[in-house]
Design a protein around this ligand. Structure first.
Ligand code: ZN
Length: 384
């Protein structure tokens, strides 16, 4: 067992707590085994807990760890909810589906991406169509493949990076990089060339568990964008969806609606130019469901130190040894960017996330969400 890799918090700790809390709450559990082990040789899986009637038509769905290292926050919220409210009685037509660590390899290895260097939130695209082209990223890709972490070649890469910041401005440069790219498997924000294990597993979970659902609210849990300690409730999609007015009326000014498109800048810290977000995959996979896909994005540290840590972690997996002492240092630095070692931060984002889920659950229990317009009519509207 390596002693250099950080072992607290750890994937195993998160999983044991979640499975225990779900069992205590009387949830039915299923496990989706990942083919690769974690840094300690441990088995990895995505675990799914269902609370309530298996045939319920209204479902609250929580999803943690799309970006692996952000799963330390997401898992904590899921387990806390189960420990606090898990035994509460649900009405017959309402259920809760908790998808725990959809990118377990990324959580275990403390990476934002998955085992193939894929950013899952760029991977939910239609791979039968031509892949999105990001020529602007191609022109700067070499900055991210420097073989050294220190020394003259690294200094050269840093100088080039600083020149790019000068040329484009920070926000515009991050919009180029964050948009995702499908050309370089060793690049940043790589979307993949095929559906990843997590992508296929998520679709399998949805097909297995949401067959009876008519109304659903989903919460994809993230950290790392926005102001420190500010959890932001968002809905991020490529175009307006049928239940968007319901989502907006439920959360009012708390909800930030982000419609993504090429050449779009957003002041949220979330990439507005990207393709392949989870929210869009959920909408595509559940066309019969009146679906409100939400994202909770909890702000941590500013963009430049965050990006520096991402670069270091990227180098570590391309050219370094994650199990070395240097690896441990980089992992600690990266974890801090996505799950600050600050009990106030952790308590605050946990509280806000529970608050949001409580409002959602109350609405699922009491609101009438009968679709007002048949989907067939909407699909021909010019908006789509
Ligand atoms: Zn994220």
């Amino acid at each position: 067992m390596p002693d250099a890799f950080p072992n607290h918090p750890s994937y195993c700790g998160l999983r044991e707590r979640f499975v225990h809390a779900a069992t205590q709450a009387g949830a039915s559990l299923s496990r989706y085994d990942h083919p690769l082990p974690g840094p300690f040789g441990e088995s990895l899986s995505t675990d799914v807990a269902w609370l309530g009637n298996p045939r319920a038509e209204r479902v609250l769905v929580t999803l943690s760890g799309t970006h692996g290292v952000e799963g330390y926050y997401g898992s904590d919220c899921q387990s806390q909810w189960l420990e606090t409210y898990g035994t509460r009685e649900l009405p017959d037509d309402v259920a809760i589906l908790m998808i725990h660590l959809i990118n377990p390899w990324g959580t275990a290895w403390m990476r934002r991406v998955n085992e193939d260097n894929i950013d899952l939130n760029r991977n939910y695209i239609d791979f039968t169509q031509p892949l999105p082209d990001n020529a602007a990223y191609a022109a700067i890709h070499d900055v991210y493949t420097c073989t050294d972490l220190e020394g003259p070649s690294r200094a050269q890469a840093d100088a080039r990076f600083n020149a790019l910041v000068e040329e484009h401005g920070w926000a515009q440069l991050m919009a180029i990089v964050g948009a995702g790219q499908y050309q370089f498997a060793d690049g940043l924000f790589f979307g993949g060339h095929a559906p990843s294990w997590s992508n296929q597993t998520l679709r399998q979970i949805l097909a297995t568990h949401l067959g009876s659902a008519k109304v659903a609210m989903t919460f994809d849990l993230h950290t790392g964008a926005g102001e420190y300690g500010h959890p932001m409730l968002m809905t991020i999609v490529q175009s307006a969806y049928p239940a968007l007015p319901d989502a907006q009326s439920l959360f009012g000014p708390w909800l930030y609606t982000l419609i993504t498109a090429a050449n779009t800048l957003s002041d949220t810290g979330v990439a507005a130019t990207s393709t392949g977000y989870t929210s869009q995959a959920l909408l595509d996979a559940l066309p019969e469901v009146q679906l409100m896909p939400f994202v909770i994005e909890c702000g941590t540290w500013p963009g430049p130190p965050m990006h520096a840590q991402l670069r270091a972690d990227h180098w570590l997996h391309l050219h370094g040894d994650p199990l070395s002492e240097q690896g441990q240092m980089i992992k600690r630095g990266l974890l801090e960017q996505f799950y600050p070692d600050d009990s106030d931060w952790q308590a605050l984002v946990g509280l806000r996330t529970r608050q949001i889920w409580e409002r959602a659950l109350t609405a699922l229990i009491h609101q009438d969400y009968t679709p007002k317009t048949p989907r067939a009519d909407l699909s021909t509207s010019p908006q789509e």
